[in-house]
Design a protein around this ligand. Structure first.
Ligand SMILES: [Zn+2]
Length: 895
C-alpha cells in the first residue's frame, strides 16, 4: 500500500506549511489592492494562500467545469478529464490551477497542447497561452485514491470485501479529485459523468442518471449544478445500502455500507430529516434550494460530518451496534440538523474566504440547537448546549492559543489553528446572545433577507451584520467589536449588600483574564433565590439586566428580601462564566439540589467543578459532593453532567499519581459501587447507560476488574445493559490497559470472532493500551513510520489506546520519542494526522519534568529559524505545555 498523499509531499521538496503565529497577521495592503503582481511566484506547497486566491478571484469569472471520472480501472488510482471554461480579465501573467498529488497526462489551453508545468501541488498555465475574455483548459490526469480520508477515499469492507468510495473536499481537497480553482469564492457550475462498476450507485450534487456502458460498467450523468463552491462538491460511489423516502415531494435517501444495515436507525434518521427540512424552509422563508437530499454514513471519516451540497457525509460514529441511548440519539439529531442548515447558510450563500468559516459553522450550530428544540424530542436542547457546547468553548477560550472569533486566515495550511471550539461553539454562543440582544424575530428576518440577497453568491461578515442591523434597527458596531474581534471570556460574580434581611444593593461584577482584558456588554436575566430555614427554595425572582463595565448595579432590587444566591446569567443567554465567591460555594454545598431549574443546577455545578479544576477547592471534595448529589438528582442532563464530571475529576487524579494514591484508593471503590448501583436501579435505560458509562470510566480496582471479566464471560450482567460487540471491546480495552493476565489471549479471540471494521480498529486501540514500555515504543514508531497500520482512521485508533490516564508514567517515558519526531511530521504529515498526534499523545502528564520537556520542545522550535514547527503542531504543543503546567496547580485533596 502507498502511504497517504500528504505524507509523501516532502518528495516534492519545498513544502512549506510553516506560518508562525507572529507572522500570520493579514497583510491588509494585499487585501485592499486585491491583485497580487506575482502570481507566478506562488509558493510550492500543499496549500492555497490568501494572496494567490484573491489575485485569482480578481481575474477569473464565469467558471464552468465539465468533469469526467473513470472509477472502473485499478484499485490504486482513478483517471479523469476536466474541461474548464472561464472568463479572464487579464492575460498578462501566468495563472495557477490547483491539483494536489496527481499525475498530469495532457494539458491543453484554448485548444492547443501546452507543455506541462506541474510541481505536484498546482499546474502553471503560461501567460502566452492565455487570452483576455473566454478561455478553456483541458486536463487529462490520474490520481491515487486516498487512505487518509481526504480527496477521493477508497475503503474495502473487511467483512465482505465490498468497495466504497466517497469524497471529502473541505477545505482544500477538491483539487485532489480534479484540477480546479479550489477556493470558495470562485463558484462554478459543475457537470459530471462517472464510469463505475455496474452494481454501484454513484452520488453527487445533482440527480444522477445511469446508463449501461461497456465491460460491465455503467455511465452516470449529472447535469450542471447551480453555481457552487468546489469544497461542497462531492462524488460518492459503491454498492451502498439505500433507504429512500420523500419530504414534501423532495426525494431523500439515507445510505450506509451493506454490512451496517441492521444497525442504522433508519426511521429515526429520516424522521429528523423531514422535520428539519420543514423547519428550515419556514425559518428562512426559502424552500430547500436543491433537487434532492442524500445522506451517506461512510467509513474512516475524518470528522463528524460534511455538508456537501445535497450529498452529506457522516462518520460511522453515529451508528452503534447496540440500542442508542438518549445522548447518542441527540448527537445524531444535532448533526443531521447542523449539516442541513448549511444547505442554505454556507452552500446557497457561502463565505468569500476562510476567515468566514466561523460564521458558517457557528450559525449552523445555533440553527441545529433551535431546530432540535423546536422539532424533536429534545425540547431542552439549550440545557445540553450549556453542558456540552459552551463548556468546550470556555475550555478552548482559556488556552494560550485562543483567538478572536473573526481572524485573518492567510493560508489553508493555517486551518487547524481555528478548526476549534471558538469557531463552532463560542461563535454559536455569541450568536445566541446576538439574537437575544436584537430580538429573535428581527434576527430571523435579517437572516432570511441576507440569504435571499446573496443566493448562489459569496459574502463577507459585514453583509451578514448589515442585514441583522437593518431588520432589527440595532446598531451592532460595538457588539461586533466586543464579541467578534476580542478573544477570551468574562466571568460574572455577585456582590450582595443587605441590611438585615433587606437588600440594599445587588451588583454584578464582571472580570476578564489578564491576557485578554476585555469587558463586554451582556444582555442577561438575573435570578434571585431565597431559601427557607429548611434549605428549600421559597420564591425566585428574575429580572432582565444589561451588564457592562466592571460592575453593574441591578436596578429594581433595592428593598427586596436579601437573596441567598444570585445567578447573573439565568437561562444562559450570554457567553460568560458564573464565578462563585466563598459564600456562594457554602450555600451551594448545602442547597444546590434545591434549585428548581435543572439548567440553574447545571450552571452552578459547572461553577463548582471549575473551582475544583482551578485549584480553588480539592478535587476529591468535588467528587464527594457530586456523589452525594447523584443520589437525589432527577434530571437526566444533570445526572449526565454529574457522571461526566466525576469521570473527568478521577482522570485528573489518575494523572497526578502517586500523590493521589491514597485518595484514589478511597474514592475508586466507592465510585464503582455507586455507578453500578445507579446503573442497576435507575428508572430509565438512558440513566442506566449514563451510570454504566461512568463505571466504565472509573473502574480500576481489583474487584472492579473481576467484574469486567465476569461481564465478558457472561457470569454476571447489569440489568438493562446489553452486552453488545462494541461494549465487549470497551471492556477488553480496560483489561488490556490494566495489564490483566490473559488479556492478550482474550483480545486475539475476540478479534477472530469480530471481523468487522469496528472490530479491527478496536483491536488496535486495545493492543496499544497494554502497559509495557516496549509496546508503547513499537506503536509510536509505527505511527511515525507506518508499515502495517496505514490510513488515518486506523492510526487514530492506535493513538486513542496509547496513553490512558493511569499510564502517565509510561507516557512520560515515551515523551522523548513523541517529541523527537515532531519537526519531521510537522513538515510531512497531513494536518489531520498532526492534530491527532499532538493532541492525543500529549495529554497532561502533570509532572515538572514533562512541563520542562514540552517547554524545551517549544524553545527548540523557536531556535530553529528555518525549520520551525508548523502552525498546527505549534498550537497543540503550546496547549499541551499549558495543560501540563496547570495540572500541577490542582489540589487533589484537602491539605
Ligand atoms: Zn458545519
Amino acid at each position: 500500500m502507498r502511504p497517504a498523499f500528504a505524507r509523501n509531499s516532502a518528495l516534492f521538496g519545498s513544502i512549506i506549511l510553516t506560518c508562525l503565529l507572529a507572522s500570520c497577521q493579514r497583510d491588509d495592503s494585499a487585501r485592499s489592492s486585491g491583485v497580487s503582481s506575482n502570481a507566478a511566484t506562488r509558493e510550492s506547497s500543499d496549500a492555497l494562500d490568501y494572496t494567490t486566491a484573491s489575485a485569482r478571484k480578481a481575474r477569473v469569472s464565469d467558471l464552468e467545469y465539465d468533469l469526467h471520472i473513470d472509477l472502473h480501472g485499478g484499485e490504486d488510482a482513478f483517471t479523469g478529464e476536466v474541461d474548464i471554461r472561464y472568463q479572464l480579465s487579464d492575460a498578462a501573467t501566468d495563472l495557477t490551477l490547483d491539483f494536489g498529488g496527481g499525475t498530469v497526462r495532457e494539458l491543453r489551453v484554448n485548444g492547443r497542447p501546452v507543455p506541462v508545468t506541474y510541481n505536484g501541488f498546482f499546474l502553471t498555465l503560461p501567460a502566452e497561452a492565455l487570452q483576455t475574455g473566454e478561455n478553456s483548459v483541458l486536463v487529462t490526469y490520474e490520481h491515487d485514491y486516498s487512505e487518509d480520508g481526504t480527496g477521493l477515499h477508497r475503503f474495502v469492507d473487511p467483512e465482505d470485501r465490498r468497495v466504497y468510495l466517497y469524497t471529502y473536499l473541505w477545505p482544500y481537497y477538491a483539487n485532489r479529485l480534479f484540477p480546479a480553482f479550489d477556493q470558495p469564492n470562485l463558484k462554478a457550475k459543475i457537470s459530471l459523468t462517472v464510469l463505475a462498476p455496474e452494481d454501484w450507485t454513484v452520488v453527487s450534487t445533482g440527480v444522477g442518471e445511469k446508463q449501461p456502458a461497456a465491460d460491465g460498467a455503467s455511465l452516470w450523468q449529472f447535469a450542471a449544478t447551480p453555481k457552487m463552491s468546489t469544497y461542497v462538491f462531492s462524488l460518492h460511489a459503491g454498492p451502498y445500502r439505500i433507504w429512500e423516502d420523500t419530504a414534501d415531494g423532495l426525494p431523500i435517501r439515507l445510505m450506509a455500507r451493506q454490512s451496517l444495515t441492521e444497525f442504522v436507525a433508519v426511521d429515526e434518521w429520516l424522521d429528523v430529516t423531514k422535520r428539519g427540512l420543514k423547519y428550515y424552509g419556514q425559518y428562512f422563508d426559502i424552500p430547500y434550494p436543491f433537487k434532492k437530499y442524500d445522506q451517506l454514513i461512510v467509513p474512516d471519516f475524518n470528522i463528524g460530518a460534511m455538508e456537501n451540497i445535497a450529498a452529506v457525509t457522516f462518520t460511522e460514529g453515529y451508528v452503534q451496534r447496540q440500542p442508542s441511548d438518549r445522548s447518542q440519539r441527540e448527537r445524531r439529531a444535532s448533526v443531521i440538523l447542523h449539516e442541513m442548515a448549511h444547505m442554505w447558510f454556507g452552500n446557497l450563500v457561502t463565505h468569500d474566504w476562510w476567515n468566514g468559516l466561523w460564521l458558517n459553522e457557528s450559525f449552523a450550530t445555533q440553527m441545529a440547537a433551535m431546530a432540535s428544540a423546536a422539532t424533536t424530542e429534545f425540547k431542552d436542547t439549550w440545557h445540553g448546549f450549556f453542558i456540552n457546547a459552551k463548556s468546550r468553548a470556555y475550555v478552548r477560550d482559556s488556552k494560550v492559543t485562543t483567538h478572536p472569533i473573526e481572524v485573518p486566515i492567510d493560508s489553508t495550511s493555517d486551518f487547524f489553528t481555528v478548526f476549534d471550539a471558538i469557531t463552532y461553539e463560542k461563535g454559536s454562543s455569541v450568536l445566541k446572545q446576538l439574537a437575544h440582544h436584537t430580538g429573535e424575530e428581527g434576527y430571523r428576518r435579517g437572516v432570511s433577507a441576507y440569504l435571499k440577497a446573496f443566493s448562489h453568491d459569496t459574502t463577507e461578515l459585514s453583509d451578514f451584520i448589515g442585514h441583522i442591523e437593518s431588520s432589527t434597527g440595532v446598531d451592532l458596531e460595538r457588539w461586533t467589536d466586543e464579541w467578534l474581534y476580542k478573544a477570551g471570556f468574562n466571568t460574572l460574580s455577585t456582590s450582595i449588600a443587605c441590611d438585615g434581611n433587606q437588600l440594599r444593593e445587588l451588583r454584578i461584577i464582571q472580570e476578564a483574564p489578564d491576557d485578554n482584558p476585555y469587558l463586554r456588554t451582556h444582555q442577561t436575566d438575573v435570578a434571585l433565590y431565597y431559601f427557607n430555614a429548611d434549605g428549600n427554595v421559597g420564591t425566585t425572582e428574575v429580572l432582565a439586566a444589561e451588564l457592562s463595565g466592571a460592575s453593574t448595579v441591578v436596578q429594581g432590587t433595592e428593598g427586596r428580601p436579601c437573596p441567598a444566591l444570585v445567578n447573573p446569567n439565568h437561562d444562559d443567554w450570554t457567553y460568560a462564566k458564573v464565578a462563585l465567591n466563598d459564600r456562594d460555594a457554602e450555600v451551594l454545598a448545602r442547597s444546590l439540589e434545591a434549585l428548581p431549574e435543572p439548567l440553574a443546577r447545571s450552571m452552578f455545578l459547572a461553577a463548582l467543578f471549575d473551582r475544583a479544576m482551578s485549584g480553588e477547592m480539592p478535587v476529591a471534595d468535588y467528587v464527594d459532593h457530586a456523589m452525594h448529589l447523584a443520589k437525589s438528582e432527577t434530571n437526566i442532563r444533570v445526572q449526565q453532567q454529574l457522571s461526566g464530571s466525576i469521570v473527568a475529576a478521577v482522570d485528573a487524579m489518575q494523572r497526578l499519581k502517586p500523590e493521589t494514591n491514597a485518595a484514589l484508593a478511597r474514592l475508586i471503590p466507592m465510585l464503582e459501587e455507586l455507578s453500578l448501583e445507579q446503573a442497576g436501579s435507575s428508572a430509565t435505560d438512558d440513566l442506566k447507560r449514563t451510570w454504566f458509562n461512568s463505571w466504565l470510566g472509573v473502574v480500576s480496582s481489583e474487584e472492579g476488574l473481576e467484574t469486567v471479566r465476569d461481564l465478558l464471560d457472561g457470569s454476571t450482567r447489569v440489568p438493562g445493559i446489553e452486552m453488545s460487540a462494541d461494549l465487549r471491546w470497551q471492556l477488553l480495552t480496560i483489561l488490556s490497559a490494566a495489564g490483566a493476565t490473559g488479556a492478550e489471549e482474550m483480545l486475539a479471540l475476540e478479534r477472530s470472532s469480530d471481523t468487522s471494521d469496528f472490530g479491527a480498529k478496536s483491536a488496535l486501540t486495545a493492543a496499544a493500551a497494554r502497559p509495557d514500555p516496549a509496546n508503547k515504543a513499537a506503536w509510536l514508531s509505527e505511527l511515525q513510520n507506518p508499515e502495517t497500520v496505514t490510513g488515518l482512521s486506523r492510526q487514530r485508533a492506535v493513538m486513542a489506546g496509547l496513553f490512558p490516564a493511569n499510564q502517565t508514567a509510561l507516557q512520560l517515558e515515551s515523551l522523548n520519542q513523541v517529541l523527537e519526531a515532531l519537526p519531521e511530521l510537522s513538515k510531512t504529515a497531513d494536518p489531520y494526522f498532526l492534530s491527532s498526534y499532538t493532541s492525543v499523545l500529549l495529554t497532561p502528564m502533570c509532572r515538572p519534568e514533562s512541563v520542562a520537556q514540552l517547554q524545551s520542545a517549544l524553545d527548540d522550535s523557536m531556535n530553529r529559524r528555518a525549520d520551525r514547527l508548523n502552525s498546527t503542531a505549534l498550537r497543540f504543543l503550546r496547549e499541551a505545555h499549558q495543560a501540563d503546567r496547570e495540572c500541577l496547580a490542582l489540589r487533589p485533596v484537602q491539605n
